[in-house]
Unconditional design. Structure first.
Length: 345
């Protein structure tokens, strides 16, 4: 009989600790970039993290070696990676692209905004509130990019390109941590480190366990094998993204417990969360190819339906007179345009 490890719980002591932790390997790179080439050079480095071009530090050998060391150390696969589960998780993602795209815009992102302290980073960076559509599309490109079977090796271990895509996100987050604290307006004692481990774990949940919850809320029947495989896929992605193994759920029970703990600790009404949600709703309405106000309001109605009234009220998601049963019956392709402007790629 196969040994089954008991599910871990996630105590406040543990999560308080992770709230003050960033991503040391990535943060060390960013600190050295700043030390060697200054704030202007760091801004250029930050732009590079969102591009596919190479970067050359030949004039700064120490910096070049530091970056190479980061790529080497963070490309190692986690010991818990199960190729068979990855295969099944990718198949699940491909089969349910439309549903996952719907969950991404109407559930995963507002779920993140409900975390009041974490939402402050997003609000202060101004990247989301000032160009929401572009950032939403970038998020969709990342999520569906890392779930593309073509980006995985034949043995279902991540390809060099896939891991590099995730590594650059780690460096991007480290840049945001640096910029957020550099100007002295961030209250780490009260809010935790910017883009900290607890918030990173919550974001990983948003793209994995919360998607599964949302699909079930929307009436989709899922097997335990499918959901465990999809969760495992995102556990591996989370590992490469710099999330500590101590707060990466290894099964649905652990994901459930971590979700409850983070929601209890972090979910509350905030100006930042409400503002980000309003910007998201406005952008989602732009994807709807119909000027009828009832049709335009469908993404908002879906958001409240998927989030539930408690979290929707925190984010001030409008209450609309659309019956929940009616919402469930609306095909996904009526919500977002069936063209290149869709969230899903």
């Amino acid at each position: 009989m196969k040994n089954i490890k008991p599910s871990r719980s996630f105590s406040d002591t543990l999560l308080n600790q992770t709230r003050q932790e960033g991503d040391k390997l990535a943060d060390d790179v960013i600190n050295l970039v700043y030390f060697k080439i200054g704030i202007k050079g760091l801004r250029e480095f930050f732009k590079w993290t969102g591009q596919t071009t190479d970067i050359n530090f030949e004039a700064e050998q120490e910096l070049s070696e530091k970056l190479e060391d980061f790529f080497t150390k963070t490309s190692k696969k986690p010991d818990f990676l199960d190729p068979e589960k990855i295969k099944k998780g990718l198949a699940f993602a491909q089969k349910n692209q439309e549903q996952i795209g719907l969950m991404l815009g109407c559930l995963s992102l507002p779920y993140c905004y409900a975390g009041a302290n974490g939402a402050k980073v997003l609000w202060m960076s101004e990247r989301i509130k000032n160009d929401t559509r572009k950032r939403l599309e970038e998020t969709g490109e990342f999520v569906f990019g890392v779930m593309n079977p073509k980006e995985w090796n034949d043995d279902f271990r991540g390809s060099k390109n896939l891991v590099l895509r995730i590594q650059k996100i780690r460096l991007m987050h480290a840049c945001i941590r640096f910029f957020t604290t550099h100007y002295g307006t961030w209250n780490a004692a009260e809010w935790g480190k910017p883009v900290n481990q607890e918030d990173m774990a919550g974001t990983n949940l948003a793209f994995s366990y919360i998607v599964i919850k949302g699909m079930r809320t929307n009436g989709k029947t899922l097997t335990d094998e499918e959901t465990e495989a999809y969760l495992h896929l995102w556990a591996v992605i989370g590992f490469w993204s710099g999330v500590s193994e101590k707060i990466i759920p290894q099964n649905l029970r652990e994901a459930f417990l971590l979700d409850k703990a983070i929601a209890r600790r972090q979910f509350k009404a905030s100006e930042e969360g409400i503002g980000l949600t309003k910007a998201l709703i406005k952008t989602l309405e732009e994807f709807v190819p119909n000027d009828n106000p009832i049709i335009k309001s469908i993404p908002t109605a879906f958001m409240r339906f998927l989030l539930g009234d408690t979290i929707a009220d925190l984010l001030e998601v409008p209450q609309l007179r659309l019956e929940k049963q009616f919402i469930r019956m609306i095909p996904t392709d009526l919500i977002f345009k069936n063209n290149d402007n869709r969230i899903t790629k």
